[in-house]
Design a binder for this molecule. Structure first.
Ligand code: NAP
Length: 289
């Protein structure tokens, strides 16, 4: 049961547009209530043109922090006084901390993805061959995570090949590690899919309400030895994941990444370890198929 809101209650929230479908308020309020912390977490719909004023207003109102989601993650980078190393590398902020009169910008998506891989699939990317499908913001966080975790090879395949090439050359420039860009054409993909230990689906294709959309690559090309991770968590099993499972692959959806990135943000705001099981339980039922 949440404690009553009083003059002492501290504030957190998620900045996005729209945010009514965000699972973060349910997840974080369950965690805060579970630990008996006098903090509430609010959905904060803010239009892109108003982001700067909103963030400065939150600072003035005494918020302790916020999550930042679509479409503000890149813009938030420019609003922070100081940036964490991951936020700088990924080029996006998903967590703001208001502390000591400063706005600190962090990105917990990469670390959340890695923790999910390790905790839920017992998968260590060190020395592994990894293929990412997509080259948007989420793909960039995943690519940074996999490179930093010591993957042997990271391939990025994207509908618009130039975006994959941009992401690959950015990784080379920032981390000194070669990543390779591909198109999503079968001829280029098939030899990589044969040897990939991990395939990460990082496009929104198949996400609710467009559940029936055909996957961006033919799942018949997957090797049964691969772990297949779809960043989408609604529905819990996309068509891509179902076909991968039917092919014999181990599969994982993006719910764990959402929970772990949230848990890391929670620790940054409160200094307290997040109750991960409580957070997961609070949102699992909200995305049932
Ligand atoms: P984004 O920046 O808009 O990137 C979208 C990517 O998907 C681009 O590479 C785009 O290719 C590709 N794409 C879109 N439609 C396509 C289609 N019909 N066919 C082939 N490729 C297509 O999106 P994002 O922020 O990276 O998010 C991607 C997904 O990850 C979303 O579903 C999001 O919900 C999920 N996500 C999950 C978590 C989590 O915690 N689990 C965190 C972040 C994101 P082009 O470059 O050719 O346009």
């Amino acid at each position: 049961m949440s404690p009553a809101v009083t003059g002492k209650t501290k504030l957190l929230g998620v900045l996005g547009y729209p945010v009514e479908h965000s699972l973060s308020p349910a997840m974080h309020n369950a965690a805060l209530a579970g630990l008996g912390l006098d903090v509430v977490y609010l959905p904060l719909p803010v239009r892109p043109a108003d982001l700067g004023r909103a963030v400065r207003g939150m600072q003035a109102l005494g918020f302790i922090g916020a999550n930042v989601t679509i479409p503000h993650k890149e813009a938030a980078l420019t609003l922070a006084d100081e940036l964490g190393a991951e936020a700088r590398l990924i080029g996006a902020v998903n967590t703001l901390v208001f502390r000591g009169g400063k706005i600190l910008g962090h990105n917990t998506d990469a670390a959340g993805f890695l923790l999910s891989l390790r905790e839920e699939a017992d998968f260590d990317p060190a020395g592994k061959t990894c293929l990412i499908l997509g080259a948007g913001g989420a793909a960039r966080a995943v690519a940074v995570a996999l490179v930093q975790a010591g993957s042997r090879a990271v391939y990025i395949a994207n509908r618009t090949r130039e975006r994959a090439a941009e992401l690959a050359s950015g990784l080379q420039r920032d981390l000194g590690v070669p990543a390779r860009a591909l198109s999503i054409e079968e001829g280029e993909l098939a030899p990589v899919l044969e040897q990939a230990d991990l395939v990460v689906q990082a496009s929104p294709v198949g996400m609710h309400p467009h559940r029936g959309a055909p996957p961006i690559i033919d799942p018949a090309l997957l090797s049964p030895a691969a772990l297949v991770y779809d960043l989408i968590y609604n529905p819990p099993e996309t068509t891509f994941l179902r076909l991968a499972r039917e092919k014999g692959c181990r599969t994982l959806n993006g719910l764990g990444m959402l929970v772990y990135q949230g848990a890391m943000a929670f620790k940054l705001w409160t200094g307290v370890s997040a109750p991960v099981a409580v957070m997961r339980a609070a949102i699992t039922d909200l995305v049932r198929s």
